[in-house]
Write a protein that binds this ligand. Structure first.
Ligand SMILES: C[S@@+](CC[C@H](N)C(=O)[O-])C[C@H]1O[C@@H](n2cnc3c(N)ncnc32)[C@H](O)[C@@H]1O
Length: 284
C-alpha cells in the first residue's frame, strides 16, 4: 500500500468510528486491509477505498473491516476497584435514589463479548439489594463489532474470560457445556440485552437516554481527543440527572471535558451528571 492509500483509508476509518491508526500499527493495518481487498476480489487499496465510499454495499463492508480492526480484550470482573465500588457503595446509592420507581438502568458501551455487562448482572444478584421480582433491571450492552455482539448474546466463554474470577463464583453462575467452555446462567442472560452501536454516531447514541450508570472502559484510548470529547459529552445526555459515567482506570477526562462533576468513590473515580436543576451545557 502507498502512503497515500494508508492515509485515505485510516482517515476514513477514524471518521467512521473514531479508531486511530498509529504509525506503529500501520503494518498490521495494511495486512488487515489486504485481507478485505482480496476477499472482495479488488486489485488495490485505492479501489477498496472507492468501494467503501461509493458502493451500495459499503455499510456491510465497513462492518467487516471494523470487525477485524477492533481490539476486543475483556474478561469478567475486570478492574476490581470498580467492581468493589459497585458492590460496596454505588448499588446502595442507586437503590435509595430509585426506590420509588424500582428500575435500575446500566449501559455497558463498547462491551466486547459481554463479560462486562454480565459481571454487573452477577454483582447485582450477589448484592441481594435488587430482588428481581420487585426491581426491573435493564442492562444494555453495545459494541460496534458485530461478531462480539453475536458472541455476547450467546453467552459462552472460555477459561481466559475467568482469569480473575473465583471458581466458586464461576460455578454458581455458569454451566460447563463442554471442556473449557462455560455458558452464562439464563437468569443472568435475561438481565442483559445486546445490540450493535457505533459510539461515533450521534444519531445512534441519541437513542439511549436516562441511564443510571454508563460504563465505557478501555475504549476511549483508541480515539483522539476530539473523538473522546464528542463521545463523553454525548454520554452526558444519555445519563439520568445525577447518573454516573465510569471510564477505564487508566483513562482520564482531564483536558477533554469539564461537563461532569468528578466524584471519588472508594478506589474509583466517577464522572457525574449534574442534578436536574443545574445545567452543564453552558460550560461545554
Ligand atoms: C478493549 S475492549 C473493552 C471491553 C470492555 N469495556 C472492557 O473494559 O473490558 C474495546 C471495545 O470497544 C469496541 N469499540 C471500538 N470502537 C468502537 C466504537 N466506535 N463504537 C462502539 N464500540 C467500539 C471494540 O469493538 C471493543 O470490543
Amino acid at each position: 500500500m502507498t502512503e497515500d492509500e494508508i492515509k485515505l483509508l485510516s482517515d476514513y476509518v477514524r471518521d467512521y468510528c473514531g479508531l486511530l491508526i498509529h504509525d506503529s500499527q500501520e503494518l498490521l493495518f495494511q495486512k488487515r486491509v489486504k485481507k478485505r481487498v482480496d476477499a472482495n476480489k479488488l486489485v488495490s487499496a485505492k479501489e477498496y477505498y472507492h468501494f467503501l465510499r461509493f458502493d451500495s454495499k459499503w455499510a456491510e463492508e465497513m462492518r467487516e473491516l471494523v470487525n477485524i480492526l477492533t481490539v476486543n480484550e475483556t474478561y469478567f470482573f475486570r478492574e476490581s476497584p470498580h467492581m468493589e465500588m459497585f458492590s460496596n457503595l454505588l448499588f446502595r446509592i442507586l437503590k435509595t435514589r430509585n426506590t420509588d420507581k424500582k428500575i435500575l438502568r446500566i449501559w455497558s458501551a463498547a462491551c466486547s463479548n459481554g463479560a462486562e455487562p454480565y459481571s454487573l448482572a452477577i454483582l447485582i444478584v450477589e448484592s441481594g439489594m435488587f430482588p428481581l421480582n420487585d426491581w426491573k433491571i435493564e442492562i444494555v450492552g453495545t459494541d460496534i463489532n458485530t461478531e462480539m455482539v453475536r458472541a455476547a448474546r450467546k453467552g459462552v466463554f472460555t477459561a481466559s474470560a475467568f482469569r480473575i474470577t473465583p471458581a466458586q463464583l464461576r460455578d454458581k453462575y455458569f454451566k460447563e457445556i463442554e471442556k473449557g467452555c462455560w455458558e452464562v446462567d439464563d437468569k443472568i442472560k435475561r438481565m442483559v440485552s445486546f445490540s450493535q452501536m457505533n459510539l461515533h454516531s450521534a444519531s445512534q447514541m441519541r437513542l439511549v437516554r436516562d441511564m443510571d450508570v454508563i460504563l465505557c472502559r478501555n475504549v476511549l484510548i483508541y480515539f483522539d481527543d476530539t473523538g473522546k470529547k464528542e463521545v463523553v459529552e454525548r454520554f452526558y445526555d444519555s445519563l439520568a440527572p445525577e447518573g454516573y459515567l465510569v471510564i477505564g482506570q487508566s483513562e482520564s477526562l482531564f483536558r477533554i471535558t469539564n461537563v461532569y462533576n468528578i466524584v471519588p468513590m472508594g478506589n474509583a473515580i466517577l464522572y457525574q451528571r449534574e442534578h436536574e436543576s443545574q445545567t452543564a451545557s453552558a460550560s461545554r
